[in-house]
Design a protein around this ligand. Structure first.
Ligand code: G6P
Length: 352
């Protein structure tokens, strides 16, 4: 058993460390110096597409939200992202110029599968981003791009999320005829776990155990990363956590600020730095306990985790992603929880 975990305490920990190698698989033959190539889908498949709907659940839904920012920005195609259990029952407007994308690690999530069938019946083109070949979702979708994350054992999804975001980023390049070859490679480098950094997170996790809850805040693509960071923490530590757009804190949640409110601030140097920084200042002024993750050192917060200086937000994104995963892991370990088998959760939800 311990051999299977490759010397790590938990599968989740192993999977966090694996992301660096896994992502290289995800981009293999796809991220080329001449741009993105997908063997699985011909460019003509996307002809006549004016809109995209992304449907997914849980962590895959958060990846979808990142995809919306990337596809709208890079490919100039409007994207709506929907929680599958909602989309399924609200009789949505489905028009034939819409590409329907489902994102699923397992390929078996009941709600996601049902929305896919619904879209197919309505005559939409369908594309699955999925980790399991020959799964139910792969069999129904017109086309599939496999995530190549390998088997994910931890119930809390880590490496599958990384591959989903990476695939959506490549897709946004593909659809927008954009070439970010170097940035994609550098983003993968950024997921390599530095053991000194991991030790630091282990140490500082001690401060974040007995508050009345967590907020993860960020703007732009760092907002869905905040949602995912909060979900990771909830899933394995059983501490209440919420992801919030940094600029929205003043519209209610800041009322909760006191020293027992823990905030993880995702401060990008490249996107809305000053705005996010002033949101952090507002929380500090109200005595919240704040951990900032950024390449730009800011003195005012209780804790600071430094990421490398880079000029591309997606490189920052992937490095911050690993840090939030490690933080969730270390808080949960300190709480004495079985990280790989969190209570009440299943790896794949195949019934409603
Ligand atoms: C379950 C898992 C989550 C996962 C979600 C969607 O709730 O515990 O980790 O994100 O299902 O799963 P899928 O396989 O469709 O990505």
């Amino acid at each position: 058993e311990s051999a299977k975990k490759g010397g790590f305490r938990f599968y989740m920990e192993k999977e966090i460390y694996e992301q660096f190698d896994i992502l290289k698989e995800t981009i293999l033959g796809r991220n080329t110096e001449d741009g993105i190539k997908f063997d699985e889908v011909d460019k003509s498949f996307f002809n006549g597409i004016n809109n995209i709907i992304i449907s997914a659940c849980g962590t895959s839904y958060h990846a979808g939200l990142v995809g919306k920012y990337l596809i709208e920005r890079n490919a100039k195609i409007r994207v709506d992202v929907e929680v599958a259990s909602e989309l399924r029952y609200r009789n949505p407007l489905l028009t034939k110029d819409t590409l329907f994308i489902v994102i699923s690690q397992s390929g078996e999530t009941a709600d996601t599968l049902e929305t896919l069938k619904m879209a197919k019946e309505a005559g939409l083109k369908t594309l699955a981003l999925c980790n399991v070949d020959n799964s139910s979702i792969v069999r129904v979708a017109d086309k599939t791009i496999l995530l190549r994350a390998g088997i994910e054992k931890g119930v809390a999804s880590t490496k599958a999320f990384a591959t989903q975001v990476m695939t959506l980023w490549m897709l946004s390049n593909y659809l927008g005829d954009i070439n970010e070859y170097e940035a994609i490679n550098s983003a993968i480098e950024a997921t390599k776990v530095d053991t000194a950094l991991h030790e630091k997170i282990k140490r500082l996790s001690k401060r974040y155990l007995h508050g009345h809850g967590f907020f993860f805040i960020g703007r732009d693509i760092f907002f869905p990363l905040a949602l995912e960071g909060a979900l990771k923490l909830k899933e394995i530590s059983y501490i209440h956590a919420e992801g919030y757009p940094a600029g929205e804190m003043k519209h209610g949640p800041i009322a909760l600020a006191d020293p027992e409110l823990f905030v993880v601030a995702l401060l990008s140097k490249n996107i809305l730095y000053e705005k996010t920084k002033s949101n952090i200042e507002e929380l500090v002024a109200r005595d919240a306990t704040v951990l900032t993750i950024s390449s730009e050192f800011i003195e005012m917060t209780d804790d600071f985790v430094k990421i490398k200086n880079s000029n591309h937000p997606m490189i920052e994104f992937f490095e911050m992603m690993v840090i939030t995963q490690l933080l969730a892991l270390e808080v949960a370990v300190r709480m004495g929880n079985d990280v790989d088998m969190p209570r009440n959760l299943a790896k794949s939800v195949t019934v409603e």
